[in-house]
Design a protein around this ligand. Structure first.
Ligand code: ADP
Length: 405
């Protein structure tokens, strides 16, 4: 069975096509600058060189049509015809409290995703464009939706409620949802396989740190707490996002600097974090280069980033009454040996001890970087959100087929 995975943004769309008999990626690619001048389609088939095409792609429906043209092309294609694609899986950022797991799309699911636009005004409308565009191009193919928030729906109320008037939860659903759920789910399962212990018995802290970042406390395979909140702004210090701060800073800054709601939102989401503190970049590579060159602002940015990350690891060890495994994943977690070193070298009170040489090894495979003596296993596990989406989509499509038979 071939499954197409789509991750739609407002002006971009990423795709991967899987053969689920082997879980092999047959092709991947992306369309950028949808609706702008000179849209770009990059198609990377597994069997030959990638191609880049520049053309006018006015909307997501045209983008998916062009992707399907490439997937069925005699030279760079990977399927004989569109009919070989048996289901499409979409990444959707916000599933609110409604979606506790992935589902097949029907009109009720689409209405609910629309009702959730309020909670994710930048993301969910783009996801919906992807769904509609796939439906327009492949009207009889089942579509599934996989939510970034779903994995965290197991959190207890003490973790997801904010200490503010309850009417705000009742009226506007203001609570912690958490994000990167597909990644936290994937790497925690993979970590249990690597340490060869039942997931049900493990207390795992998953650190998904890329441009955005979040930590999750995974106890017995379920999320019991996570650092992102109602939106992806809460928690860790990130590339351009502030993470946690005193909420009183928001009205105070708005008053002192005469900022609008949009301006203060933009300041906290796009002009804060590593970028603001370092004054150099939101990219961890440039921060560590700056630190090594003795640049004080880069050093402070790194120290704040590492300190906050480490504090949350301590907090989640307390939340779960212990920790067996710490997992690093995503752009910084998978690639930055120096971030992992600084975090782990300061966690000796938990019995963490990493092997400094293993920590420096670069690999695409999951690996243990702690010593045999370490009380906590420390792992680097490359995330694979697309594979999780493909697996859920495959399962749902098979269940639907079985019900029809
Ligand atoms: P996103 O959160 O957008 O999905 P990624 O998970 O791909 O992003 O993470 C991107 C970030 O990963 C970059 O901004 C950069 O800070 C970091 N990164 C990538 N490679 C390295 C590296 N070799 N060393 C340190 N940081 C890296």
């Amino acid at each position: 069975m071939k499954i197409l995975v789509i991750n739609a943004g407002s002006s971009s769309l990423k795709y991967q096509i899987y053969d689920m008999t082997t879980e092999a990626v047959l092709a991947a690619g992306r369309v950028e600058r949808i609706g702008m001048d000179s849209s770009i389609l990059v198609h990377e088939p597994h069997h030959t060189d990638e191609i880049t095409e520049v053309s006018e792609i006015l909307d997501h429906t045209t983008a998916i049509r062009k992707v399907l043209d490439k997937l069925t092309d005699p030279q760079v294609g990977v399927v004989g015809s569109i009919s070989e694609i048996e289901a499409v899986g979409h990444r959707v950022v916000h599933g609110g409290e409604t979606f506790k797991s992935s589902v097949l799309v029907d009109s009720e699911v689409k209405s609910e995703i629309r009702r959730l636009f309020d909670l994710a005004p930048l993301h969910n409308p783009a996801c919906m464009m992807g769904i509609k565009a796939a439906e327009a191009n492949m009207p009889n193919v089942p579509q599934a939706v996989v939510f970034d928030t779903a994995f965290h729906q197991t959190m207890p109320a003490k973790a997801y409620m904010y200490a503010i008037p309850k009417v705000l939860y009742k009226k506007h659903k203001i609570r912690r949802y958490g994000f990167h759920g597909t990644s936290h789910d994937y790497v925690s399962k993979r970590a249990a396989e690597v340490v060869d212990r039942p997931l049900e018995d493990l207390k795992i802290i998953t650190c998904h740190i890329g441009n955005g970042g979040s930590l999750t406390a995974v106890k017995g395979g379920v999320s019991v707490d996570t650092t992102m909140g109602m939106t992806p702004l809460e928690g860790l210090m990130m590339g351009t996002r502030s993470g946690d701060l005193d909420p009183a800073i928001v009205p105070f800054t708005m008053m002192k600097e005469d900022l609008t709601v949009n301006e203060v939102n933009s300041m906290l989401n796009k002009h804060s974090g590593l970028l603001a503190v370092s004054g150099i970049s939101s990219d961890m590579r440039e921060i560590t280069d700056g630190m090594e060159a003795g640049e004080p602002n880069a050093t402070l940015a790194f120290e704040m980033y590492e300190y906050r990350l480490r504090k949350y690891i301590g907090a989640y060890a307390a939340a779960m009454d212990g920790v067996d495994v710490i997992v690093f994943t995503a752009g910084v977690g998978e690639n930055s040996a120096i971030v992992r070193k600084h975090v782990c070298d300061n966690l000796t009170f938990l019995g963490v001890e990493i092997d400094q040489e293993l920590n420096k090894v670069r690999s695409k495979e999951p690996r243990v970087i702690s010593t045999p003596n370490s009380r906590v296993a420390v792992l680097v596990v490359p995330t694979n959100e697309e594979l999780m989406i493909a697996r859920d989509t495959y399962r749902l499509a098979q269940e639907a087929n079985a019900n029809q038979a």
